[in-house]
Design a protein around this ligand. Structure first.
Ligand SMILES: Cc1cc2nc3c(=O)[nH]c(=O)nc-3n(C[C@H](O)[C@H](O)[C@H](O)COP(=O)(O)OP(=O)(O)OC[C@H]3O[C@@H](n4cnc5c(N)ncnc54)[C@H](O)[C@@H]3O)c2cc1C
Length: 454
């Protein structure tokens, strides 16, 4: 038997320069589109690279179909581009948001809105309060993303898979993307990594950790009589609970409500199965996850057709084009957010974005060592436990807007991105109608700021 040397070097290919921009954004998910559009609206020339055939990341390709984590009690805490998406989707009839008068706690309102997933799932109460959140359609998300990118003049390249950073003396200069035409080089003064797995930052030499959380191949069912299913659930909750328990067992885990209504009649989305132990950066592991998910989905669909009123004639409309990976590599940047920071609602002197009731310091979007590189989205600088509680779509978009604000300020002020002042970023965020979280809510912990001031 021979021993093979499996290491093959292939960096001898020449890559033509395909773009030169002020700002290069890698990854066209929620954080990336928010970053690219914000930077372009500030007058920067922007190139956006996306590996897949459409924009949206997990919001479209992963079919994650509820925008949440935007409220602190009755206060709406995440604004800016996410609000524009909601408005545009509503105009297309492709988003559903409970009106202000229904954002309260009552069984009647929960019965009306719960199955859209538009309730505060962090609340311990029963019923949970109906809140400001949006159930939306994945193709609508792609359309709105295209419109925003086109209107702001972003140079978008789909089908461009980042493979290597171009770094000179610790300073980012651009990236190489793999395409059907071979490798292409994209040069820029500032690079923003929004790949969700810090593909760029990790390869450029930034510190990171790697962990995992639940993976899910989201699926949608059509032909569901949702009125009948809800009526059954409300009239015979005990029987409905037993059936739903069995479905969740087959799926190997799901959130409390395993199916949710969408803006499309008769079509529900299923944020399940819950699968642990898969590595979202390893093709072999992702392949095993795909097989495991499909087996569970097939069995669950057969069971509900036979047992759950309203689902007798259901069928699988689609499974998400991409595996729903919640966590892989996480930046360990200038500040690493901890679970206590999130849970204590710790406010920072350099807060530039916020989620539900937690705050992101600018330092958590800045890698150590590598210059002119920023990071936004679910791979931001955090511990694994902190990230699990602070990675929903709207806050990822707020982070994208914050780093774009920092990037354009750095260009205007001729500074390194790490030297841009947080106060300036906050002001720029406000110009983009985005809440930078500079004014802490009443329930925030402000000990960090007190320490800096004293
Ligand atoms: C199953 C599941 C359910 C969830 N439920 C909810 C929910 O109900 N509500 C909610 O708000 N959030 C939910 N989340 C979390 C949320 O979807 C993500 O945290 C959020 O989408 C992260 O946005 P992002 O832009 O940081 O990353 P992503 O959405 O992952 O986008 C990253 C983008 O970068 C692209 N990319 C990656 N690598 C490369 C490369 N090498 N070259 C070029 N492009 C690249 C990807 O194709 C993608 O478009 C859920 C997540 C999952 C997986």
């Amino acid at each position: 038997m021979t021993t093979l040397d499996l290491r093959i070097t292939s960096d001898d290919q020449r890559a033509p320069i395909a773009s030169r921009s002020d700002v290069l954004v890698v990854g066209g998910g929620p954080a990336g589109v928010a970053a690219a559009v914000t930077a372009a609206r500030s007058g920067a020339s922007v190139t956006l690279l996306e590996r897949y055939s459409s924009l949206g990341g997990l919001a479209s390709g992963g079919m994650v179909l509820v925008l949440d984590d935007m409220i602190n009690g009755q206060e709406i805490t995440v604004t800016g581009i996410v609000s524009e998406y909601i408005e545009r989707l509503q105009k297309l009839g492709l988003a559903i948001v409970p009106p202000a008068e229904d954002r309260k706690t009552s069984q009647e309102l929960f019965d009306k809105w719960g199955r859209y997933g538009t309730f505060d799932f962090h609340s311990q109460g029963n019923p949970k309060p109906v809140c400001y959140a949006a159930a939306f359609d994945p193709d609508g998300w792609k359309t709105v993303s295209n419109d925003l990118v086109r209107e702001s003049g972003v140079n978008l390249l789909l089908h461009s898979w980042f493979s290597r950073p171009i770094v000179d003396g610790g300073v980012m200069k651009g990236v190489i993307a793999e395409t059907k035409q071979g490798p292409q080089a994209h040069l820029a003064d500032i690079v923003i990594d929004t790949t969700g797995d810090i593909d760029v930052a990790s390869r450029a030499g930034a510190e990171f950790i790697q962990d995992s959380y639940i993976s899910t191949l989201v699926f949608r069912l059509g032909g569901v009589d949702t009125d009948r299913a809800e009526e059954f659930e409300q009239s015979d909750p005990k029987a409905a609970r037993a059936i739903n328990r069995k479905v969740k067992r087959i799926l190997g885990g799901a959130w409390e409500l395993w199916w949710l209504k969408t803006p499309l009649p008769g079509i529900v989305w299923c944020n399940a199965p819950h699968m642990t132990g898969y590595d979202g950066t390893d093709p072999a592991s992702l392949t095993r996850a795909d097989f495991a998910a499909r087996d569970r989905i097939t069995e669950a669909v057969q069971y509900v057709k036979e047992n759950l009123p309203g689902f007798e004639h259901c069928f699988v409309v689609d499974t998400a084009p991409q595996m729903g990976v919640r966590q892989t590599r996480l930046l360990q940047g200038e500040y690493v957010m901890t679970k206590d920071d999130v849970m204590d609602r710790r406010h920072f002197h350099d807060t530039v974005a916020r989620g539900r009731d937690y705050y992101y310091p600018y330092r958590s979007l800045l890698p150590k060592r590598v210059d002119q590189l920023l990071v936004a989205g679910r791979h931001y600088s955090a511990t694994s436990e902190a990230q699990k509680a602070s990675r929903e779509i709207p806050p990822c978009m707020a982070m994208g807007q914050a780093v774009a604000s920092a990037a354009t300020l750095a260009l205007e002020q001729k500074l390194l991105v790490r030297d841009v002042s947080a106060v300036d970023i906050q002001q720029r965020m406000r110009q983009h109608n985005a809440d930078p979280g500079d004014i802490p809510s009443g329930n925030a912990s402000t000990r960090d700021e007190e320490a800096v001031k004293s």
